[in-house]
Design a protein around this ligand. Sequence first.
Ligand code: GRF
Length: 218
Amino acid sequence: MATLELGVLVSGSGSNLQAVLDAVAAGALDARVRVVVSNRDDAFALERARRAGVPTRVVRHAEFADRAAFDASLVEVLRGAGASLVVLAGFMRVLTPTLLDAFPGAVVNIHPALLPSFPGVHGQGQALRYGVKIAGCTVHFVDAGTDTGPVIAQAAVPVLDDDDEAALTARILAEEHALLVDVLRWIAAGQVELVPGTASSRPRVVTRGVRASRGLGG
Ligand code: GRF
């Protein structure tokens, strides 16, 4: 057991960040949010952090020559704040090995689809337009791809015949908030192990004593 020292990267509303902040404040998550960093000045997530007394920084991706330089600046801010686990909570930039190598096996992301289906933006809308009957969300370790890293946990929700994108997004978002906090709790408790890949197999995650798949009943 070890208190997680979190650095949270955001780009938007920050409801996933809020779920983490609320869990920490309630004593339900053994973690400290050391800094919240956004690539956008107008991210409401920054206001949520300020209200919780968490330091914030804005690192504008447009101000850097390339992604690696942007990531190097993020690393400097994260390390300077004492973060050792990086959480992408609605962060809309693809990270490079510059950041991933600085936090090996310690960058997690929440994605609003059951990966590997529907990676990238608007996963909820992709699922709806495809016509799937089960959608959901995924928390995964981040690799250099787009939403391709090893899956830690997933939560499923039904897709209803009269769903529009907003209704499905809201149903998934509620599960995201619970799943992200649970995964962080499991990591803090040492219940999540990232098993390296081999020449013929992907890296995979072993979770001990917890339910890494939910929403399927039973
Ligand atoms: C969430 O659905 C997350 O899965 C996706 O972007 C949305 C961010 O929501 N990456 P919020 O900023 O956490 O409210």
